[in-house]
Design a protein around this ligand. Structure first.
Ligand SMILES: Nc1ncnc2c1ncn2[C@@H]1O[C@H](COP(=O)(O)OP(=O)(O)OP(=O)(O)O)[C@@H](O)[C@H]1O
Length: 324
């Protein structure tokens, strides 16, 4: 059942002495209760602007947002009662207070009774593995820990919808893994609805049920993650060559392949990711490489990766600046 609806959202930034800038242009999607929904897009696509419009930090110029049925145009305060947001910079935390003081403060101002408040706080400290840090001043915590505290605080308010702008940005592999697990738990065990923006495809693959991809303010995909992985008719191959491909050969490969990009270069050679719509094109590419004298070391088929699908979709939508 739908809990959040965004319809025809438009956000325009006035530009001094220049033409106004349309950052969000007719974006529509709806999020169901209890689902984790991804908002994806390359840099500058309009993700943060969309989130800020939803949580009432920015006024929008057209369209509307409904939260639990309340139009944010007509019943903003009622809508806001159901939303909690963690934006870049974690401005929802008091940096000079300890983790426990922060949690106590926010449970207190949200009207929990002292016993309920204590119970909720203990649960969150335990769930977020913050028991050891409970008496540490937030300022002294690592970036990942601060992020966990910010998300824990967003939960003390017990609101149904949590908006997270880039929750894993800048976190190391371990902390990102831990946070992904937590997001799944929050949605499953607490029944929360999470809308998150991210560049991290692992977050999307592991946690999101559905997603929208926006590019230059416009929606280019609105689907389930599963469908996107399954229906995208693309085949991915890794080709390792002894030497780097010349731009001439790359151009010739690009006439057969949907995309070609250098994945990595190591002492062993240069590994390229090639995306094909018709797998038979691989033989033409191999023939072409052989004729040009390129030394092919191995070929390996790789699984559809959301990251490659995302990059290709955004390129197809006309944004050629994005790269892997
Ligand atoms: N206050 C503002 N005034 C003018 N332009 C703005 C303002 N805030 C954002 N923009 C522009 O709007 C566009 C969308 O920005 P937004 O931050 O929403 O994108 P994003 O998808 O979150 O990007 P990123 O992934 O880089 O954080 C960008 O081109 C940005 O420069």
């Amino acid at each position: 059942m739908e809990i959040l609806r965004v319809k025809g959202l438009k956000k325009v930034y006035p530009m001094k002495g220049k033409k106004e800038f349309v950052a969000v242009d007719d974006v529509s999607f709806e999020v169901n209760r209890g689902e984790v929904f991804g908002l994806l897009g390359p840099n500058g696509a309009g993700k943060t602007s969309t989130i800020k419009c939803i949580c009432g930090l920015l006024h929008y110029d057209d369209g509307d947002v409904w939260v639990n049925g309340y139009s944010m145009k007509d019943s903003r305060r009622r809508g806001l009662r159901h939303i909690s947001a963690v934006l870049e910079g974690n401005r929802n935390i008091y940096w000079r207070m300890t983790v426990k003081e922060n949690l106590e403060f926010f449970t207190g101002i949200n009207g929990f009774s002292p016993s309920k408040s204590k119970e909720r706080m203990e649960y969150l400290l335990h769930q977020f593995q913050l028991l050891e840090q409970r008496d540490t001043v937030v300022n002294k915590l690592s970036r990942g820990m601060k992020q966990k505290v910010a998300i824990a605080i967003s939960l003390v308010t017990d609101k149904e919808i949590i908006l997270l702008d880039e929750p894993t940005l800048g976190l190391d592999v371990g902390m990102s893994h831990e946070l992904r697990g937590l997001l799944k738990t929050i949605a499953k065990e607490e029944g929360k609805t999470i809308l998150l923006s991210t560049h991290d495809m692992q977050v999307v693959e592991e946690t999101c049920d559905r997603l929208v991809i926006i590019n230059q303010g416009k929606t280019i995909v609105h689907d389930t993650v599963e469908n996107l992985m399954r229906l995208t008719n693309q085949h991915f191959y890794l080709l390792q060559l002894k030497n780097q491909l010349t731009s001439e050969i790359k151009q010739r490969v690009a006439k057969i392949a949907k995309a070609i990009s250098l994945r990595n270069d190591t002492n062993n050679g240069y590994t390229y990711l090639i995306t094909l719509e018709n797998p038979n094109g691989l033989y033409d590419i191999m023939g072409m490489l052989r004729d040009s004298g390129a030394e092919l070391r191995f070929i390996e088929r790789t699984n559809n990766r959301l990251e490659d699908i995302f990059i290709n979709l955004v390129k197809e939508a006309g944004n050629h600046e994005i790269s892997s």
